[in-house]
Design a protein around this ligand. Structure first.
Ligand code: ATP
Ligand code: MG
Length: 502
């Protein structure tokens, strides 16, 4: 097959890290090529090199057999290559249309022509199935919708090669399906796609070919029927990863968390009530926009609740701010690690230890430096965080490894109730298995765990009980053993099942 885009022998180093050690990549015209690899394998680095965001140290790049220079974004764009970043890159205070046409604004009489941009933006918003007002500020949209705006933006530059670095990590299954329709539509119009995801079922669904990176090198390729879950994992991790969800039956303790009639700004008229026992793992399913993140944030004092009560181990908690939530025994691993989770310009050590918590909590127990270091080292080991050392700034870790740092910090706190919002977002299969093992272990020790996830498999596999949310209410509750995807979907979309209604 003739190649549209080819990269040969790409190398890239950072201080202390050889991210790419001579990687080859070949993309055929009209192809959907998936690039896989564990967290830190070098996927994003390779994509940034292809798109001129961060030039490679060496290597050759060819379009249709001719050498091209992709050492700047401009150069890559001229060659027809566009990248949708793993980390959202939007200007939150600008409106949707302005973000889509950022740097390429339409002008009329020398002034930015907002009206035209908003009109034209609608075309691209339609392509991604996003029904929002182009005049609305991007920062006010939930993260899933911001992601779709980012995709609309890439579509508007009319790329021949569109690189998507984990485009679905903050999308629900329904929105991801919508994205696949967009991908197929683009392919039928002659666009070739490079697609990165840790959700392997998606790869099976949309990739024509798979190439795997391991430690900055090519680890192998799969095409057609060879693209199976098992083969992909084998190439990525170098071992079989099975028995993903190792939940064991254990005694549930007394009620650790009780939420009574909690109302948030997402659906001011609706209220959620539920309980979680000690040792119980409860999954919260629902469509993006069902009010799940808002619920966790209100419980944790990140945003004010409009009403309702939170009880922790039989005591009513007053929660006006995160430090009060922490004092009451709650911990929240947020969905958006970049703004709420990790402090990018601090070292892994400080992020993973209680240092950052103490700043939040002000009155955390005194810990000495050595104890803190030991704790951070334990986190790095337990979650296999890939970093040259604990002094590395979090900014320089790969996306999945940043997520692990955030997890490590909260786990170190040993809260009574652990709230997790999309805990394995962007995390590779091997590490996911480790995190599931950790959750099981914590539950066994008596922690109450409430987690929000858009990955159906994860919700069904990990939960003792599933709460399905719809428009700010608990639309239904399903017990382990009898949970099906159909039931969850039906409740999530507002279908009411009488006997399940709580
Ligand atoms: N600017 C940087 N400075 C230092 N190290 C970096 C920088 N960018 C990436 N790295 C390192 O290069 C390696 C590859 O990172 P990369 O982001 O390409 O991984 P990835 O395969 O995209 O992982 P993930 O699945 O977690 O997104 C990692 O060890 C990472 O820490
Ligand atoms: Mg990456």
């Amino acid at each position: 097959m003739s190649s549209l885009l080819e990269a040969r022998g790409v190398v890239k180093s950072f201080p202390g890290v050889k991210a790419l050690r001579g990687v080859d990549l070949r993309l055929g015209a009209g192809e959907v090529l998936a690039v896989l690899g564990e967290n830190g394998a070098g996927k994003s680095t390779l994509m940034k090199a292809l798109a001129g965001v961060q030039a490679a140290d060496g290597g050759e790049f060819l379009m249709n057999g001719d050498p091209v220079r992709v050492d700047t974004v401009r150069g890559a764009m001229a060659a027809g290559i566009a990248l949708i970043h793993q980390e959202l890159n939007m200007a939150g205070n600008l409106d949707v249309a302005a973000n889509i046409f950022l740097g390429r604004e339409f002008r009329k009489f020398g002034l930015v022509d907002d009206e035209r941009m908003r009109r034209e933006a609608v075309t691209y918003l339609k392509m991604v199935g996003l029904d929002v007002d182009p005049a609305v500020e991007v920062g006010t949209l939930p993260i899933g919708k911001q992601q779709l705006v980012e995709i609309a933006k890439a579509l508007s530059v009319d790329a021949k090669v569109l690189i998507m670095d984990e485009p679905t990590s903050s999308l629900s299954q329904t929105e991801a399906e919508q994205l696949f329709v967009v991908v197929k539509d683009l392919v039928s119009r002659g666009v070739s796609i490079i697609y990165i995801s840790h959700r392997l079922s998606e790869i099976v669904q949309i990739a024509d070919r798979v190439t795997v990176l391991r430690d900055g090198e090519n680890a192998g390729e799969l095409a057609g029927d060879e693209i199976t879950h098992g083969k992909m994992v084998q190439l990525m991790v170098g071992r079989d990863v099975d028995r993903f969800y190792q939940r064991t039956q254990h005694e549930l303790g007394e009620v650790a968390l009780e939420v009574k009639e909690l109302r948030t700004t997402a659906y001011p008229e609706h209220a959620a009530s539920f309980q979680v026992a000690r040792g119980e793992v409860v999954g919260v399913a629902g469509l993006v926009g069902a009010g799940r993140t808002e619920m966790l944030e209100a419980m944790f004092g990140v945003m004010p609740a409009l009403g309702g009560e939170v009880w922790v181990q039989g005591e009513k908690a007053t929660i006006g701010a995160p430090r009060e939530a922490i004092a009451a025994g709650l911990a929240l691993v947020p969905e958006d690690r970049k703004t709420q989770g990790a402090i990018l310009d601090m070292a892994v050590l400080e992020n993973a230890s209680l240092a950052s918590l103490k700043r939040d909590a002000r009155k955390g127990a005194f810990l000495n430096r050595e104890a803190e270091e030991a704790l951070a080292e334990k986190g790095i080991k337990d979650l296999s965080i890939r970093t040259p050392d604990a002094a590395q700034l979090v900014r320089y870790l790969s996306g999945g490894n940043q997520q692990k740092v955030v997890l490590a910090k909260w786990l170190a706190m040993k809260p009574k109730v652990l709230l997790l919002d999309e805990p394995t977002r962007g995390i590779d299969v091997g590490a996911k298995q480790e995190i599931y093992g950790l959750i099981e272990e914590l539950a066994k020790q008596g922690m109450a765990i409430l987690f929000v996830s858009s990955e159906m498999e994860e919700v069904m596999g990990l939960s003792d009980r599933v709460l399905v949310m719809h428009e700010g209410e608990v639309a239904g509750e399903l017990k382990r053993g009898g949970i099906t995807e159909e039931q969850i979907m039906s409740l999530a979309t507002g279908g009411v099942s009488q006997e399940l209604k709580v």
